[in-house]
Design a protein around this ligand. Structure first.
Ligand SMILES: NC(=O)c1ccc[n+]([C@@H]2O[C@H](COP(=O)([O-])OP(=O)(O)OC[C@H]3O[C@@H](n4cnc5c(N)ncnc54)[C@H](OP(=O)(O)O)[C@@H]3O)[C@@H](O)[C@H]2O)c1
Length: 420
């Protein structure tokens, strides 16, 4: 299988590297254009915990280094540094990785649902720029279908957790009961909504949602309760809350040291727990040095998510069984796909021979009725189809480590795939 994946994720790189590689959804189109200069067909999947680049050969055939070169340029780091953090997978291994990712097995929070929407979006954006060819589309659509299947047929996503809900669990671990806490959520997108839901379930006494677009914060608080506010108006809210969960998709720090120094000077004795699950991070890391500030980032969630993984081990094994059956199905599809041009050439060649011999024979015979002509046509077609049926079937399904049946058929029948 000619597919190559180069990626970094939470298992191979800390958040400080992942945030450099992260591509915000509004920048994905531009990133794909950069990838196009290396490979004509590719999909970029960028989530809070991974940036992965899948490429497949287009008509010009070159693609192997494309994903790697793209990430190197995008991250602007030397090759050796990228090699330290990146995984490079090819062929079946790359497909298996994508199937595992779609199933939620590669996530920080096993079985989370968000990855399916992120995969759909990655495919849609690449499609809209004409960067998805048939095999790439089939791989991604299969992954999304498998992701849905494992969630229906196993308990991998039962009582689903998400990075957002695990962030609230971390707050519980640090502060104990959240019932008398005031929580400020920065960001009112998908992550903010999940944080607010989990906070409500945990009985947080007051939730304040801050968003760049205040209407979005208002929609969320109307739905789940709480107070909406804008990002310009944070100091006052920061002065009185106990927990901040930051999850805005901003390209720069929203809470930097100087802003937090001012905040803490208004509440020097009141501890503040900040959980920053945004990638790139919303909070300047040096804020952790301020007195009475307890800063955690997304990598600090791994301990809680590890517990979740252990609880779901039995379900993980069920999912792995499904993935391995799906991989066999996919390999069969790929083999059939790979020999399609050869089969087309074989059939066209046979059809050319049938037609020219039929014409020659018809010319030598006395004039035929339409009915006779029809029967002759059908009989010759049936002969060709019958003779080619088994070779075609074998080309689509037979695999051997020692024999390349496609190459042999090409040689034996002297076929030129380009011609047809
Ligand atoms: N989705 C998840 O499950 C998940 C899990 C863990 C971490 N995260 C991280 O959380 C962050 C948000 O993800 P999401 O899925 O919630 O994205 P989303 O649904 O697209 O929402 C993005 C949010 O960020 C705000 N935003 C965008 N650009 C901004 C800027 N320049 N300044 C301030 N706010 C800005 C948006 O405000 P507007 O309404 O004004 O556009 C919106 O509230 C990302 O860093 C992501 O990596 C997400």
């Amino acid at each position: 299988m000619n597919i190559c994946l180069v990626g970094i994720n939470q298992h191979t790189a800390p958040v400080a590297i992942r945030e450099k590689a992260a591509i915000r959804s509004e920048d994905l189109g531009e990133a794909l254009e950069l990838l196009r200069s290396q490979a004509s067909h590719g999909v970029i999947l960028s989530t809070c915990n991974r940036t992965e680049v899948y490429t497949i050969p287009g008509d010009n055939g070159s693609f192997e280094r494309a994903s790697f070169n793209f990430l190197k340029t995008h991250l602007d780091i030397p090759e050796t540094s990228l090699l330290k953090h990146a995984y490079i997978l090819e062929g079946e291994e790359a497909v298996e990785h994508l199937f595992r990712t779609a199933s939620g097995l590669d996530s920080m929070v096993i079985g989370e649902y968000e990855i399916l929407g992120q995969l759909r979006q990655a495919l849609k954006t690449a499609e809209s720029l004409g960067m998805v060819n048939l095999p790439l589309r089939h791989i991604f659509q299969s992954a999304i279908r498998i992701g849905r299947r494992v969630r229906q047929e196993t308990g991998i996503s039962k009582s689903p957790f998400s990075v957002s809900s695990v962030a609230v669990e971390l707050a519980v671990k640090v502060l104990g009961n959240l019932k008398s806490c005031r929580m400020l959520i920065i960001g009112a997108g998908e992550a903010g909504k999940l944080v607010a839901k989990a906070a409500k379930d945990r009985g947080v006494s007051q939730i304040i949602v801050a968003s760049r677009t205040q209407a979005r914060a208002s929609n969320l608080t109307e739905m789940l309760g709480g107070i909406p506010t804008s990002l310009d108006n944070l100091e006052e809210k920061l002065a009185t809350c106990n927990i901040v969960v930051a999850c805005a998709d901003a390209p720069r720090y929203l809470l930097d040291v100087s802003r937090m120094e001012k905040t803490m000077s208004r509440r020097p004795e009141l501890p503040l727990v900040i959980i920053d699950i945004a990638v790139p991070r919303n909070v300047e890391p040096a804020v952790a040095g301020l007195k009475n500030v307890f800063l955690h980032n997304i990598d600090d969630l791994s301990q809680i998510s590890e517990q979740n993984r252990r609880q779901r081990e039995l379900e993980v094994r069920k999912v792995e069984k499904i993935i391995s059956a799906e991989l066999a199905k996919f390999a069969a599809w790929w083999q059939g796909f790979k020999v399609r041009p050869l089969i087309r050439a074989m059939m066209s060649r046979a059809e050319e021979i049938r037609r020219s011999h039929l014409e020659r024979t018809v010319k030598k015979l006395p004039e035929l009725s339409d009915d006779e002509r029809f029967h002759l046509e059908m009989m010759t077609r049936a002969i060709v189809t019958k003779i080619l049926k088994e070779p075609v079937q074998n080309l689509k399904t037979k695999k051997s480590d020692n024999n390349d049946y496609a190459a042999m058929a090409k040689e034996l029948f002297q076929l030129d795939e380009e011609k047809y």
